[in-house]
Ligand binder design. Structure first.
Ligand code: MTE
Length: 328
């Protein structure tokens, strides 16, 4: 099915009925998760994080289904079949083959999970994931993810807007960029024993990009907890940029004043820029970006690649006046 309007998304007609809260709010409050629900205040971050863990309260499912609300941010194209979404992946920490992540990522321990918040922000420290993402207000967004390797998938992601998460840490006005880092465990992540990239995997966004309405932190897909190969327990989804910006298994977020290092830019600067906006006019030095293979459908299925992956209406204004070939 293709979008019936010229917009890349529209309200879904068959709205999903939220399944109701799977969490017992009272249990969370009693278990020390009150902070997550009430919004954290100026208390010590470390003790907030520990409060949730020490009480042993389960504030997020670690497998099975998630509860979420539908949103207007949905591409109406055919969704990529679940086996392709979870069986054809890039997650070099588990190997460079497309089927390596499905084979080996189950070794990653995703519970408990903490995220270090660092840099130019009012609230910094180590936080339990449950204190970073509010699992009681998840939403679904069906975004197209366009990989730099010239293929794409349409995936129903479950998560929260990145802006909601970042705002809670009160970034200062000097924080012009935000850097994200993937967890690194050489025992559990067998691919990191090889110097394919300079580990840990790092990515970054300009602050206005990070606060854009489309930037999303996903904790699930297809109604289920995020499979490990897709970046459990929490990954970024930046739908107007090439897929490598959508960093997986995030364990550090750092607010910085200067443009941060990113893994692929550091590894091959001519091929991968900091911005990495989907741009059919800027060929990768080794292949065209004009069209893309549609994963999961007919083997010959292709579509023309759109500027900003079709999300220009929401994001083009952030790059007004910039040369997007130079700033690729
Ligand atoms: N994040 C980490 N930590 N390591 C990776 O190798 N690969 C990126 C991105 N995030 C990658 C990563 C690339 S190249 C793509 S295309 C997307 O993840 C793929 O996401 P998917 O496997 O969920 O489709």
């Amino acid at each position: 099915m293709f979008s019936r309007k010229h917009r890349p998304w529209q309200s879904r007609e068959a709205d999903i009925t939220p399944k109701g809260l799977y969490l017992d709010r009272r249990a969370i409050m009693a278990g020390g998760g009150a902070m997550a629900l009430a919004g954290l205040t100026g208390c010590d971050a470390q003790s907030n994080a520990l409060a949730g863990q020490q009480a042993g309260s389960r504030q997020r499912p670690v497998n099975g289904s998630l509860d979420f609300s539908p949103t207007d941010y949905s591409v109406m194209d055919d969704q990529t079949p679940f086996p392709a979404v979870t069986g054809y992946n890039n997650f070099y920490e588990f190997g460079i083959g497309k089927d390596d992540p499905a084979r080996y990522a189950s070794a990653l321990t995703t519970d408990p999970w903490s995220i270090d918040i660092e840099g130019l922000a009012g609230r910094t420290g180590r936080f339990a994931l449950e204190d970073v993402v509010d699992f009681t207000s998840l939403e679904e967004r069906i975004y197209r993810l366009r990989c730099v390797e010239a293929w794409s998938m349409v995936i129903p992601w479950i998560g929260v807007p990145l802006s909601t998460v970042l705002s809670a840490f009160q970034p200062s006005t000097d924080a012009r960029y935000v850097q994200f880092e993937t967890h690194l465990d050489r025992d559990e992540m067998r691919g990191t024993r090889f110097p394919v990239l300079d580990w840990p995997y790092v990515e970054g966004l300009r602050m206005d990009e990070a606060m854009n309405e489309l930037a999303f932190l996903a904790v699930g897909l297809y109604g289920e907890v995020l499979p490990n190969q897709n970046g459990a327990p929490v990954r970024l989804v930046v739908p107007w940029k090439y897929g490598y910006k959508s960093i997986k298994s995030i364990s550090r977020i750092r607010f910085v004043s200067e443009q941060p290092v990113t893994s692929w830019n550091r590894s091959a600067p001519r091929e991968y820029g900091f911005y990495s906006n989907v741009n059919p006019d800027r060929a990768h030095p080794r292949w065209s970006q004009r069209s893309e293979r549609v994963i999961g459908g007919n083997v010959f299925a292709r579509r023309d690649t759109e500027m900003f992956n079709g999300y220009g209406e929401q994001v083009a204004h952030m790059y007004a006046g910039m040369d997007l070939i130079e700033n690729h």
